[in-house]
Design a protein around this ligand. Sequence first.
Ligand SMILES: Cc1ncc(COP(=O)(O)O)c(C=O)c1O
Length: 456
Amino acid sequence: MLPDRDGGKTGRLALPWLVGAIPPECLRSDKHVAQQACCIPDNLGMNPLLAKLQPYPFERLKQLFASVTPNTALKPISLGIGEPKHATPAFIQASLKTAVATGLSAYPATAGEPALRRACAAWLKTRYDLTLDPATQVLPINGSREALFALTQTVIDPTRPGATVVSPNPFYQIYEGAALLSGATPYYVPSDPARNFANDWDSVPAAVWARTQLVFVCSPGNPTGAVMPLSEWEKLFALSDQYGFVIASDECYSEIYFREKAPLGGLEAAHQLGRTDFKRLIAFTSLSKRSNVPGLRSGFVAGDAAIIKQFLLYRTYHGSAMSPVVQAASVAAWGDEAHVVDNRNQYRTKFAQVTPVLADVLDVKLPDASFYLWAGVPAGWQGDDAAFAKALYGAESVTVLPGSYLARDFNGSNPGQGRIRMALVAETAECLEAAERIARFVRAHPQKMDPGSSPV
Ligand SMILES: Cc1ncc(COP(=O)(O)O)c(C=O)c1O
């Protein structure tokens, strides 16, 4: 929190407890405090990089909807937040309960128990037919979110001029926050709707690559659901060899897919291209979506042993050891595939029913993977995704996330503009009901509504 001021009217400090934090030269007498307090910067004693952080998309959505009264005749349905809602498997709950008896009486090691690291490595073998050393190439993390952030702090050297982090656009906002707080500057690479939302890596100038230290890949992508093909991996690996940047491959949606073939993983791609040491590559895998345990906070990273060694060092100081109770439940979860197949089938059924209803009225199709639909709003809405989301909420009590909130205006365009993200995480019947209401809304309002004439 920034220090409170007297309502911002005079810019003077209003809180007496702050006196202790004021430089001695300002403290000649109490009388001087009020006069001199204006020499104290707003971020008193705090990291100035915090001021660079952007509001989270859901904060912006809350503000967008603040003046809207949703249709009270209809039960509100949210397709806004991408939080898994399918039931947590009973065997994972049971293993948590069992582990409580012995798992709370000692501090855990940051590296995790060998049994957990072995379970993660065994999963990589089952899923990708890859053999990694559990001792040096695998590390447990408390969900991919914290680890995406922490790895960035480990990798970035802000003392090198122009430290740059390359991020997809649209993107998961942690990439940007992690880059900014590490002292780097994000460079956004647009996704191209004409190429199944592939990121246009070719749009990055050589001068930017030359100062790039880290590249985020999100495959399957949030919000696009696109899986990055081998040819794109080949391109990125060649660039990484040329410029020396690390690739952080966020793969938390890898187990929710709609095609016959499971999504290609970053480590799998590297292996296929003969990069068996996974040089400068770290893949992030999570149980949250795979096993419906977003509250467990469990995942792992795997890849380049040299980076993992430094990452472990960073994490030891950061204090990110995983609770032994969570470790025990994670070993059970990684060891079972039946519940993953069942979970995937639930999404497949849901997407098979919901997508055609929406495809009748919006520019949308079944994605490769993930649990999102990334749809274009009707042309009559002139690309105004926020106005569409707001009017839809007012008329039909359905929440969708404006695509422009998930992307940045960069190099003259916002690749999320004119799109909305719908997270199909609720039960099929609820998602279907939402889709039918959206279809009804679009048929009634093919053109952008005049705010005065609408329920907005
Ligand atoms: C693209 C992406 N990466 C990472 C995460 C974080 O997932 P978790 O921390 O639960 O593993 C999310 C969560 O929604 C996400 O959408």
